[in-house]
Design a protein around this ligand. Sequence first.
Ligand code: SF4
Length: 341
Amino acid sequence: METDQSVILEVRGLRQYFPIRQGFFRRTTGHIKAVDGVSFFIRENEILGLVGESGCGKTTTGRAILRLYDPTAGEVWYRKRDGERVDIARISQQEMKPLRRELRMIFQDPYSSLNPRFTVKDIIGEPLVIHGVIRGREMEDRIAELMLAVGLDPDYMVRYTHEFSGGQRQRIGLARTLSLSPRLIIADEPVSALDVSIQAQVLNLLQELRMDLGLTLLFVAHDLSVVEHVSDRIAVMYVGKLVEMAETEVLLGQPLHPYTEALISAVPPADPDIRLDRIILAGDVPSSANPPPGCVFHPRCRYARDVCLVEEPQLAEIRPGHYASCHCAAELSLQGIGEQA
Ligand code: SF4
């Protein structure tokens, strides 16, 4: 893992388990291992895409990083504006409070995440009031500036959210997120509730804001075709574990994990003349309360060998900057984008 000064966030062996309670006495009978030993890093001003099917633990990972949960185990090292490194997984909620200005989240659903009884001005200005940043006329100027930054007319600040479309509401949510000048944003499925035509506009806006404001983003999504458009690197999750991570072009062009290969095969090619050789995965995603032994992907993997049934592969750097957790990663020749015939 990276330890250089460009790394703003380093997650090491993060585990987030939730107890399963049953019976009259609500005894703990097991655990849902939503996140099970995840390690990755994000460099400053980078967009890291975190992709995987619904229920694979990617949203929980984002929430654990922001200490919306208390992690079961692992470390979350964040380099603050002043250069000091803190382990977010270990500090108290009181110590976490000032960091909440630097670490923000964009939520999935622009329809339910904004209070319909508040005006746009109230919604964007609320974090400024809570954190006691600015007030009065100065605050109105700041709200107008934020609305312009996300492509909204500041004259609309007195309107209510129901007067806006889904794409505009996501822009309002984004302006609210940006109000405290964050350094790291965790964007949890920020476009999945939007029409495809609007998705591209919001994705382009995120890219522009990253450049203009020097933001760093963890972009969480289930759709690889969305993640690939915005991410510098992509990390792939499956049943609570990270199975592959690399630069976007490398991961899509030369995947090293069979699960990534299957996800790539489902992405529609840019050229409609290219025939897709789609890999249909057999069976369902296993439960994170009772994951299979050995490699968690083995029941669905067409390359599985005997060792895969008993020995869990660890995430390892197979090529420089390209990590995968597969016993056969160095030997398999998997199909990437552009190789579909
Ligand atoms: Fe497939 Fe084995 Fe690799 Fe798991 S370790 S992805 S089962 S080849």
